[in-house]
Design a protein around this ligand. Structure first.
Ligand SMILES: [Zn+2]
Ligand SMILES: [Zn+2]
Length: 260
């Protein structure tokens, strides 16, 4: 768990970013602001096989910018020796899976300072549709559309090695799609952004109590609440979720590792 803040970072924190590892396969799920430096603490960024973006909101992709700069300008990525790095003919170029429209969005963001192709040159950028099934090393990745303010996909990751199943709900309003999509998963990581439901306008996020209800209806093994600010009381959030969900409830914390 690299970062769990909602759209503004916790003290010393990072927005959404989760590193999924199995037998040398490394997938970075979302890459929000602050995530790149947290990633470096736990894994070498050149060893990331793929980055999967759930939706095109800043708190889920902004650190693709520093990640792309590292892949482009880091001494070890150059074809000639620099400092202690020997030079390489095959610099790391992780695959970047984004929802449709990702390429255009990233071009607008980095194009603001005249660097339009920064991200698509640094990464092997591929846009996925809702029906995509990805094989990344030993991990199979599927998507499920969930209601939010922009096209957004929950992500399901299953080991082909007999390991467990992990489901990430991304950001969403209350919905049945995530209940069906996550049905029976070993661990559901679900957002619990709101201290109370939105006062006006369309719903876009969940309260901790709603997160618990969704986990209960989806009959999941364990529930992890994420996308929650350090300005809310963690114990309160967990207690709210436990009203409906009778299994283990954990509130996400940076650096925490879940084994499946
Ligand atoms: Zn969002
Ligand atoms: Zn978000």
């Amino acid at each position: 768990m690299l970062g769990k803040s909602p759209s503004w970072q916790d003290v010393d924190g990072a927005c959404s970013g989760y590193l999924v590892e199995e037998n040398g396969t490394r997938v970075l799920l979302d890459c929000g602001n602050g995530v790149f430096s947290k990633l470096r603490r736990f894994s070498d960024y050149v060893d990331v096989d793929a980055v999967v973006i759930s939706h095109l909101h800043a708190d889920h992709f902004l650190d693709l910018v520093p990640f792309a700069y590292a892949l482009t300008y880091a001494p070890r990525q150059q074809p000639v020796p620099v400092d202690r790095w020997p030079g390489t003919d095959s610099p790391a170029r992780p695959i970047l899976y984004t929802p449709e429209g990702g390429r255009a969005t990233f071009r607008r963001v980095v194009g603001a300072w005249g660097n339009e192709d920064l991200i698509e040159k640094a990464f092997d950028l591929r846009e996925y549709g809702a029906d995509a099934v990805l094989q990344i090393g030993t991990l199979t990745v599927r998507f499920g559309a969930v209601p939010h303010f922009t096209p957004t996909f929950a992500v399901d990751i299953v080991s082909t090695n007999g390991g467990g199943r992990f489901t990430y709900g991304a950001d969403s309003a209350p919905n049945e799609a995530i209940v069906r999509f996550a049905d029976g998963t070993d661990l559901l990581m679900i957002e619990a952004t709101l201290p109370r439901p939105e006062r006006e306008g369309p719903r876009g996020h969940l309260t901790p109590a709603e997160a618990g209800e969704h986990g209960s209806r989806a009959r999941v093994g364990r529930l992890v609440l994420t996308h929650i600010s350090d300005e809310l009381d963690e114990a309160w959030a967990a207690a709210e979720a436990r009203k409906a969900f009778k299994g283990e409830v954990t509130v996400a914390r940076e650096g925490v590792v879940f084994d499946l």
